[in-house]
Ligand binder design. Structure first.
Ligand code: FEO
Ligand code: CA
Ligand code: CA
Ligand code: CA
Length: 604
């Protein structure tokens, strides 16, 4: 049954909810697999050989766990362009024969060769794509701008307040101006001048120590100069064994190396020889994404969540204005003000500047300069009294001074800790906040906030969900994560339920969430992931006729608790072999391109 009301602006018949081995899209649409893990993306790349994978091959092939997707047109009609894709992390248990889910953190399971493959599968890809004569998107394998960006071998520069800071200096970079690689690139964004922003999220998980207590937990001395910072950021996380092989991920050998991660990285996809830049002016935290807009007074504004329970929502406002001068625009991410949000009970949101020398951000509190404020953004935001949120994931501004903030879930919040902007204790399903900045100006330091929806099953009163009652049993969802605004200013939300999947029984998917008029708060299901996959992307082209979605880690999340699957996936026995369904091939993360049959704008 369709939930479409007379005033719903999303014209399609919604999908039925469910959970199976493949993907589904609303009737009347095509959803074609465009790029899979291991697909060759350079003219000289070897074909994917899953039983004989090498780091050298992976460096020329599409990476793992596609998350952010952006499209930079190369011609006027947008029929050719560059797909910019983040590769957030790796799932060893379905990438390599004979490994279990926990093997990545154990050097015994991870050989040096496998570690290099993991590293080469992280980062990002720039891939040229073009419509063929039939209007079908195809990969241009010999595209001149195609490249991989990885934590294994991509040199980057550091700019902004923390560049050259004493706390950024390492043995391989005594000036504190350079770093090899980016990692855990989750959501992201594009700038108005066509560069790509890769957000570094769970960087802490990649750092290693050999100094462990009897329980195997890292031991950090109280008088270690980075002790407070490590604690606040969760360093070292010991998720990956990279630090057993590379000093730059081992804090016993390079105690300051973690300070070089947790930033937003800018890449110029049009120049395949360009060196990516880590912009420290945008702060250091578990950056989920970095979606941009231009304020009514012409400045660049970037909305950014710190995806951690009880962490904060941020935005960056450039000092200068966006112009047609690409060289001048390149400086907008170097000089500006970072703000953190305080959501008051009366519906006011106040953006608090993270500026050295103002309020508590002084030497007495350990901040000697703006570089310290940026390296320890979280500690600075704590002192300013920002509002602890239910895990801020993607945030999406719209040109009219509105922004949507995805709060994915927070099962650790107690009844004593609820506040108006995070109103539920033990929240498994999350909610979405709408911000209307004062005067419709994204650079404003104050605005009004409201809750658009509280997620979860509206038929279960204990859940405390809040949807427009027009939302059907197919349309409600849990754990909003990524989001996008389409060419008509409409909001789309994708989900990542993770271990909460079994609480809804629904697969992750992409939903059309109405923000305007009587249908405000109505949601409709447009695309469904294969079992165990998370829905990433989404990205709509400027003409509204193409939608890119990214299926991340198909076959893995929560499959143990899904009726009909009931097992942890392995390479040998995965819950699905999407998208190849080849008995010799494990599931592969892939970007899917959605178009309307016969052409035209999506959901119009
Ligand atoms: Fe990588 Fe917060 O999702
Ligand atoms: Ca995410
Ligand atoms: Ca987004
Ligand atoms: Ca998530």
């Amino acid at each position: 049954a369709s939930a479409a009301t007379a005033d719903s602006r999303y014209v399609f018949d919604e999908l039925a909810w469910g959970n199976d081995e493949t993907h589904h899209v609303a009737d009347g649409y095509d959803a074609n697999v465009l790029l899979r893990w291991g697909d060759p993306i350079t003219a000289d790349a070897p074909e994917f050989d899953v039983m004989n994978q090498t780091a050298a091959a992976q460096l020329k092939q599409f990476g793992y766990n596609n998350d952010y997707v952006g499209f930079v047109p190369l011609n006027d009609d947008g029929s050719r362009g560059l797909l910019c894709v983040n590769h957030e992390y790796t799932n060893e248990e379905v990438m390599f024969p004979g490994l279990g889910r926990q093997d990545r953190a154990q050097f015994s399971g991870m050989t040096p060769a496998l570690i290099d493959i993991e590293m080469a599968a992280h980062g990002g890809s720039v891939v040229e794509i073009a419509k063929d004569d039939a209007g079908v998107w195809q990969v241009v394998r010999d595209g001149k701008m195609n490249r991989r960006i990885t934590p294994l071998d991509t040199a980057m520069t550091i700019d902004g307040p923390a560049a050259g800071h004493a706390r950024m200096k390492t043995n391989d970079d005594p000036d504190g101006m350079n770093v090899i690689g980016t990692l855990n690139n989750c959501a992201g964004g594009l700038t108005p001048w066509g560069t790509w922003l890769m957000a570094e999220e769970n960087f802490h998980g990649y750092f290693w120590s050999d100094q462990l207590d009897a329980d195997g937990k890292p031991v950090i001395a109280d008088d270690h100069p980075e002790a407070a910072s490590y604690k606040r950021y969760g360093v070292p996380g010991m998720w990956y064994a990279w630090g057993a092989q590379y000093d730059r991920f081992n804090i016993d050998k390079e105690p300051l190396a973690p300070n070089k991660f947790g930033w937003v990285v800018e890449v110029d996809p049009m120049d395949p020889t360009s060196t990516p830049v880590k912009h420290t002016a945008l702060g250091r935290f578990r950056h989920e994404g970095a979606e941009t807009t231009v304020s009514s007074d012409g400045r660049l504004v970037v909305y950014m969540g710190d995806d951690n329970r009880f962490d904060y929502q941020y935005k960056y406002v450039s000092g200068g204005k966006v112009s047609d001068d690409r060289a001048a625009n390149a400086k907008l991410l170097s000089d500006g003000t970072l703000y953190v949000a305080r959501f008051d009970e009366d519906g006011t949101v106040t953006w608090l500047p993270l500026t050295h020398g103002t309020g508590p951000l002084t030497a007495e509190n350990g901040f000697n300069d703006q570089g310290d404020v940026m390296i320890d953004t979280r500690i600075a935001a704590d002192l300013l009294g920002a509002t602890p949120m239910d895990r801020p994931e993607d945030a999406q501004p719209r040109g009219d001074g509105t922004a949507y903030i995805m709060l994915t879930n927070n099962t650790k919040r107690t009844e004593d800790e609820v506040n108006a902007a995070n109103p539920r204790a033990d929240s498994s399903f999350g909610h979405i906040i709408e911000i209307k900045e004062d005067g419709g100006n994204h650079a404003a330091t104050q605005g009004r906030w409201s809750i658009l929806v509280k997620c979860g099953d509206p038929s279960v009163s204990d859940v405390g969900a809040q949807w427009n009652p027009e939302t059907s049993e197919n349309g409600w969802f849990g754990s909003p994560d990524n989001c996008a605004i389409d060419a008509d200013g409409r909001l789309w939300v994708s989900t990542d339920q993770g271990s909460n999947w079994a609480k809804t029984g629904k697969s992750d998917g992409l939903y059309a969430v109405e923000t305007e008029g009587e249908a405000r708060g109505t949601s409709k299901l447009f695309f469904r992931c294969p079992v165990g996959g998370e829905m990433c992307g989404p990205y709509f082209t400027d003409d509204g006729e193409t939608l890119f979605v990214a299926v991340q880690h198909p076959g893995t999340d929560g499959t143990k608790n899904i009726p009909g699957f009931e097992r942890e996936s392995t390479f040998e026995d995965p819950a699905t072999r999407w998208p190849d369904f080849d008995p010799k091939m494990p599931p592969r993360p892939a970007v899917v391109v959605v178009t309307k049959q016969g052409g035209g704008k999506i959901a119009v």
